[in-house]
Design a protein around this ligand. Structure first.
Ligand SMILES: *Cc1c(COP(=O)(O)O)cnc(C)c1O
Length: 365
């Protein structure tokens, strides 16, 4: 059997730059007494990239997907491994096998973890999640949360209550603030009073909580964050929050796609306009005849064409369809021809889709 000899499309991962970003972020957190779980789900747990986190001062390797942690473990990494999505009941056997600690909100699942630990002769730690308004995972009823904590402490011999945590800025777009961080600390302290000991982890969130650490306002008892995006894509915190992140490489990930057609064409579609191939009404601006290139990479691979950012000046993403990316190259200084490739920066969504696409080669260098 022969295999396809594919060069493009490819996502390149610069491991050295990734490692430098990890070190910059983790050292800033460690200085403030904050442990970091390096979260690798955003790039689908690419093993060599995960290894950079493993070899750094990260305290945990985290992912929402057990597949990523299993691959890391199979590649010889030691973790400890943290699962950052509330585990499915049906994945508890694998959870216990491949992870050391997980974020939880359902006592039913935690009891099953305890039982499974007994079967496998293992221990597992849990962080109970509090929902502080973002309305994704976690206890809304904080009394029920404290009761669950006490139950774990008193009744489950194979499960250790490591601490509490929260997640913000995902579904409900709620900002982490000094106020909601203090709410989490208050919950921790209520639980500590009831169980008569100090919790080892108070996990204040993900990348969106990092600004509080960087500007020195993170309340002292928060001692753990789970960070992926803020390390892998040094650009995002700068672009979205206006923070100075100049010490991070913005270009750890590079998407490269090959030009399959170059032609001068009208910029406004010709004929009766209805909907595009995904049923959306497009918006088109008539700028006359312009030079365009078609690339061999599509929405099947990146989902959102506006989240691919051309590296070079004079190139503008116009849109895409399942298997094509269409760019305007009218203003590009230089010649582009069929067979050349173009480079793009990625955002969180495009990093996630591209690294998951079985049609995109991944090259670590
Ligand atoms: C994905 C995830 C993270 C990490 O998010 P980033 O934005 O990549 O830092 C942290 N915590 C939870 C619960 C997550 O699901």
């Amino acid at each position: 059997m022969t295999t396809l000899q594919k060069n493009f499309p490819v996502v390149e991962v610069n491991l050295k730059k990734l490692r430098q970003n990890i070190d910059e972020v983790v050292s800033r957190c460690n200085e403030k007494g904050i442990m970091v779980a390096g979260v690798v789900k955003g790039f689908n747990g690419i093993v060599e990239a995960t290894r950079q986190f493993e070899e750094s001062n990260c305290s945990f390797i985290g992912s929402s997907r057990l597949e990523h942690l299993k691959e890391a473990k199979d590649a010889g990494m030691k973790g400890p491994f943290m699962v950052v999505r509330i585990p499915m009941l049906s994945e508890v056997p694998d959870l216990v096998k491949f992870a050391d600690i997980s974020l939880n909100s359902e006592i039913e699942v935690i009891k099953e973890i305890n039982a499974e630990c007994a079967r496998q002769g293992k221990k597992h730690s849990v962080i109970l999640m509090a929902d502080l308004g973002d309305l994704r995972e976690g206890f809304w009823d904080k009394e029920a949360m404290a009761k669950t904590a006490v139950y774990i402490e008193k009744n489950l011999e194979n499960v250790t209550l490591a601490g509490v945590g929260t997640n913000l800025g995902c579904y409900g777009s709620i900002n982490p603030t000094i106020e909601n961080m203090n709410q989490l600390i208050a919950i921790a302290e209520t639980i500590e009073k009831e169980i008569g000991r100090t919790l080892s982890i108070i996990s204040g969130g993900g990348t969106t909580s990092l600004p509080l650490v960087l500007d020195g306002t993170m309340p002292e008892r928060i001692n753990h964050l789970r960070i992926g995006e803020g390390i892998s894509l040094g650009k995002d915190l700068q672009d979205l929050w206006g923070l100075d992140m100049s010490y991070l490489h913005p270009d750890v990930f590079t998407a490269k796609a090959e030009i399959i057609e170059v032609k001068d064409k009208p910029s406004y579609p010709v004929g009766e306009i209805f909907v595009d191939c995904f049923g959306n009404k497009g918006e088109y601006v008539d700028r006359g005849i312009r030079k365009r290139a078609l690339l061999g990479l599509g929405k099947l691979d990146f989902a959102m064409s506006d989240m691919l950012i051309p590296r070079e000046k004079g190139i503008e993403v116009l849109g895409g369809s399942s298997d094509h990316l269409i760019v305007d190259i009218e203003e590009y200084q230089g010649e582009l021809k069929v067979g050349d490739f173009l480079e793009f920066d990625v955002r969180y969504a495009t990093m996630m889709y591209l690294t998951a696409s079985k049609y995109v080669r991944i090259e670590c260098k």
